[in-house]
Design a protein around this ligand. Structure first.
Ligand SMILES: C[S@@+](CC[C@H](N)C(=O)[O-])C[C@H]1O[C@@H](n2cnc3c(N)ncnc32)[C@H](O)[C@@H]1O
Length: 201
C-alpha cells in the first residue's frame, strides 16, 4: 500500500527513498493503532491517509521548490499540528535538513506526537501549548486547518522572524483580501491546492 505513495510522489517529481517509505509505513501503522484512543483524525481509510495526509503534506515540498524558498537549516513550525500534518511528512522528507517544531494545544495529541517521534526515530520538538503562548521566532510557519485564516495569520505573525514565511494550506475557498497572496498548485492525485504565502516584512 505504501508503494502507492512512492508512485504518487514520483509523479509529482518527489522521490522517496526506501527508508523514507518505511517511515511513512510506520506512521500509517501508528495512526491506525492510536486513532481511536487519541481521536487523531477523521480520515481512517489507509488509501485516504496516503493521499489526503501524506501526499497533501508533501505538496509543500513542491511549493518551496516552485517559490525558491530554501528550507536548509531552517526552523520550521507547524501550527496546530494535530496528528502531525503537514510537519511530520516534511521532517521525514527533509530529515536533518530542517529543524521542526510542532505546536499543538491538545495534550493527548502531543502524547501521540512524542510516541510517533520515537517510533519514526526522527527528531522534532513538540510544543504542547497554544501558539499564542509560544515564545520563539521561526523562519517558516506552516499550518493546515488550524482555525479561521485571519486568526491563524495573527498567531503565525507573532512567532515569525522578519523575512520569514507564513504558509497556510487552503482548500478551494480563499478570502477576497487574501487573493493577492494565494498560490495554486496542481498535485497529481489530489484536488487543486491553494496556499496563502506571505513573507513578513
Ligand atoms: C482540524 S485539526 C488539523 C490538524 C492538522 N494540521 C491537519 O491538517 O490534519 C486542528 C488542530 O489545531 C490545534 N489548534 C487549534 N488552535 C490552536 C492554537 N491556537 N495553538 C495550538 N494548536 C491549535 C487543535 O488542537 C487541532 O489539533
Amino acid at each position: 500500500m505504501i508503494h502507492r505513495l512512492k508512485e504518487l510522489a514520483q509523479k509529482n517529481g518527489i522521490t522517496l527513498s526506501e527508508d523514507q517509505l518505511e517511515k511513512f509505513q510506520t506512521y500509517l501503522d501508528m495512526l491506525s493503532k492510536w486513532n481511536r484512543v487519541y481521536n487523531l483524525t477523521s480520515i481512517r481509510k489507509k488509501e485516504e491517509i496516503i493521499t489526503k495526509h501524506f501526499l497533501d503534506s508533501l505538496s509543500l515540498v513542491k511549493l518551496f521548490e516552485e517559490k525558491n524558498i530554501s528550507v536548509e537549516g531552517k526552523n520550521i513550525a507547524d501550527l496546530g499540528s494535530g496528528a502531525g500534518f503537514p510537519g511530520v511528512p516534511l521532517k521525514i522528507y527533509y530529515a536533518d535538513r530542517i529543524n521542526l517544531y510542532l505546536i499543538e494545544a491538545v495534550q493527548k495529541k502531543c502524547i501521540f506526537l512524542e510516541m510517533l517521534k520515537k517510533e519514526l526515530k526522527i527528531d522534532y520538538t513538540v510544543l504542547c501549548r497554544r501558539a499564542e503562548d509560544v515564545n520563539f521566532q521561526f523562519d517558516i510557519v506552516v499550518s493546515r486547518a488550524a482555525g479561521e485564516t485571519f486568526t491563524v495569520l495573527k498567531w503565525a505573525k507573532d512567532i515569525l522572524k522578519k523575512g520569514g514565511y507564513i504558509i497556510i494550506m487552503k482548500g478551494k475557498q480563499v478570502e477576497e483580501e487574501l487573493r493577492p497572496f494565494t498560490v495554486s498548485l496542481k498535485m497529481y492525485g489530489l484536488p487543486e491546492r491553494k496556499f496563502i504565502l506571505i513573507q513578513k516584512s
